[in-house]
Design a protein around this ligand. Structure first.
Ligand code: G16
Length: 544
């Protein structure tokens, strides 16, 4: 038996595929190879497989499938993935037969699977296991080796559209985005521009994003200087750096120079998230997360549409982690439609598809913009009808280039960063003005370990606990004690923890509310491991 299943632990296809310690994944990768081929035969299209554990520590790894348009695997096949990963070796071939039968898959039809991995040391042997699974069903394949997750999503969509979305090579990705960026920046002319040629410090999380952004920076150096730190040459992946570290710790990563008002951006381990930040003249850290990126980008697109004389149905999709101040700003100040869905890009992506222009971002910096074909048609119409000096026509051209700069398949650190840089230039604002759009409510995110996180059942876009029943009344009681209090808990789909989120009027109160709620989770949710400890050594101190 190739790649035998040596563990009894149940693995679930969670928020972003299978994710656990790398040494538990050999049989999973082999079976995912088989699954990808079956999916390819069923969809009659190329399917992607990305080997990554993204923001998790370097010892972890994971794997997820990419569907034909570059979107996440359809939910009904997530169930099949979980079944395949957990079935015993002796029942594997009968399960494959039953999948083929149930989904009426023509096993003799052609199939094509493309795959890539991040920079984790475990990646190459897991790639070999995946390939064995693919070859067991005689499928064609391409191993793209080390790429970012969004590059692989781009490749799948490009291949399946016969190059209409972009040239289906890693170089084609760099070319498409850099051409759109250069075109936009050569078009934008202000009498007074805050930064003639902007500079940005990028924290590459010691991962694949660092390698790819260096390639991109060479193509766009006429308009922006990108300096890369934590570039995978020496440091450990995601260790004291990267988008997740910055967002959760609410502090700067190690390895990035502190220069007041310099724009900084942190990517995560597979470069599908980005978080911005800067230091003020007192070297105090200020963060601009996915919510602020969404506000900037949605505002910029909305301005383009007004200038082009177009009325479009634009909506913003968030999750419960969105800061309350951002939701208020989008709805009350910008008068935009805002939807709230469960955590996980797949949920945001499908909700965003309901709008003509759907801007979706998780607070953790994961997001992109989706445009319906009708928007692109309307823009082309404006261009055809307008004269060359017509401001409507210029706005339509700019928006079309903005669309080309967007990786519509999935959140993309590099594409999102270039969209932010373009939006800042177009709006002629600097990082301070962007930050001043609204003031975040103080917040805190914690995680707590429980023996079995699957006992948690949630409702209302994961903002309320249905089971264990005793937890939600306690959370409600605690929240009512704090001014502007809001808190919710949910089991993570990528780590073996329950996440706790809290907001309140002051940082000290947000920290205490998060702590008190985490204690409830620990005590009533079957906590194991380390018991939560009070913030600020138990003292009522304000965080410096
Ligand atoms: C993945 C998902 C994100 C999600 C994050 C955390 O990100 O793609 O949508 O927000 O995990 O999920 P959870 O709270 O369930 O652990 P990444 O960047 O790690 O792939």
């Amino acid at each position: 038996m190739n790649h035998p299943k040596l563990i009894n632990q149940i693995l679930e296809y969670g928020t972003a595929g299978f994710r656990t310690k790398a040494n538990l994944l050999d049989h999973v990768l082999y079976r995912v190879g088989i699954l990808a081929v079956l999916r390819s035969k069923f969809k009659k299209a190329t399917i992607g497989v990305m080997i990554t554990a993204s923001h998790n520590p370097v010892e972890d790894n994971g794997v997820k499938l990419v569907d034909p348009h570059g979107e996440m695997l359809a939910p009904d096949w997530e169930v099949i993935a979980t079944d395949l990963a957990n079935v015993s070796d002796d029942r594997l071939s009968s399960l494959i037969d039953s999948i083929v039968h149930k989904w009426e898959i023509d096993i003799t039809s052609p199939s094509n699977v493309i795959f890539a991995r991040d920079t984790r040391p475990s990646g190459s042997s897991l790639s070999a296991s995946l390939l064995d699974g693919i070859k067991s069903l005689n499928s064609s394949f391409t191993d793209f080796e080390i790429l970012t997750t969004p590059q692989l999503h781009y490749l799948v969509h490009s291949i399946n559209t016969n190059g209409l979305y972009g040239t289906p090579t890693p170089e084609g990705y760099i070319k498409k985005l850099s051409a759109a960026f250069n075109q936009l920046h050569s078009n934008i002319k202000h009498e007074t521009t805050p930064f003639e040629k902007p500079r940005i410090f990028v924290d590459g999380a010691n991962g694949v994003g660092a390698l790819q952004v260096k390639k991109m920076s060479k193509e766009i150096e006429s308009y922006i200087t990108i300096e890369v730190f934590n570039d995978a040459t020496s440091g450990k992946l995601n260790h004291m750096c990267g988008a997740d570290y910055v967002k959760i710790q609410q502090k700067a990563p190690e390895g990035v120079p502190i220069i007041p008002y310099e724009r900084c951006a942190s990517f995560d381990g597979d470069a599908d998230r980005v978080i911005y930040y800067y230091f003020d003249s007192d070297k105090r850290f200020h963060m601009l997360d996915g919510d602020k990126i969404a506000a900037l980008i949605a505002g910029c697109i909305s301005d383009f549409c007004v200038q082009a004389g177009l009325s479009v149905d634009l909506g913003v999709v968030q999750t419960a982690y969105a800061n309350g101040a951002s939701t208020k700003y989008l709805t009350d100040t910008k008068m935009l439609k805002v939807a709230c869905v469960c955590t996980g890009v797949k949920h945001l992506h499908s909700k965003a598809q309901e709008f003509e222009v759907g801007v979706y971002f998780e607070a953790n910096g994961h997001g992109t913009v989706l445009y319906k074909a009708s928007v692109k048609q309307k823009l082309n119409q404006v261009i055809q009808n307008g004269s060359s000096d017509d401001s409507c026509r210029v706005a339509a051209e700019n928006l079309l280039n903005f669309i080309d700069l967007t990786n519509e398949t999935v959140g993309d650190s590099i594409s999102d960063m270039l969209l932010v840089e373009t939006a800042l230039k177009i709006k002629a604002i600097d990082v301070l003005m962007w930050d001043a759009m609204y003031v975040d409510l103080p917040n805190r995110q914690l995680k707590t370990q429980v023996c079995d996180r699957s006992i948690f059942v949630l409702t209302n876009a994961e903002q309320q606990v249905v089971k264990p029943e005793s937890i939600q009344p306690k959370i409600d009681e605690l929240v009512s004690k704090y001014k502007d209090g809001r808190s919710f808990v949910r089991p993570s789909g990528t780590e073996d923890v329950v996440r706790i989120y809290a907001e309140a009027d002051t940082q000290m109160n947000a920290d205490w509310l998060a702590y008190e709620v985490s204690l409830v989770v620990y005590e009533l949710g079957g906590g194991c491991g380390k018991k939560p400890t009070p913030p600020h050594d138990g003292k009522l101190l304000t965080i410096a």
